[in-house]
Design a protein around this ligand. Sequence first.
Ligand code: DQA
Length: 110
Amino acid sequence: MAEVVSERGWKVRSHQYDSEGDLVRTVNANPDTAGAVVNPGALMMAGWSLRDALAAYPRPWIEVHISNVWAREQFRHASVTGPVASGVIFGLGTDGYRLAARALLGLVAD
Ligand SMILES: O=C1C[C@@](O)(C(=O)O)C[C@@H](O)[C@@H]1O
């Protein structure tokens, strides 16, 4: 991702947390970013606080899931976060992160 966005001079800030509160604080603390790529993990199904934080995030953001959630259990087929994303990528493995970074370049004006 860092290599993809470097063409615009952007840097990647990378955060990984297990707790929803830490994720919410991170989203809220970074409104000054060009955009975001978020894999909410299982919080896609019930992370309403994260959903609200992402809905308030003022920049484009892409939801990424490494696995094809539609090919998995029924409970993974609905996302509470996806509807407030600029776009969603799933099932393409970790390439999804690179593709999301590329999509952000297109969504954010120079
Ligand atoms: O934690 C994960 C991983 C995941 O977000 C993925 O990247 O495929 C898909 C989620 O349903 C699951 O809970």
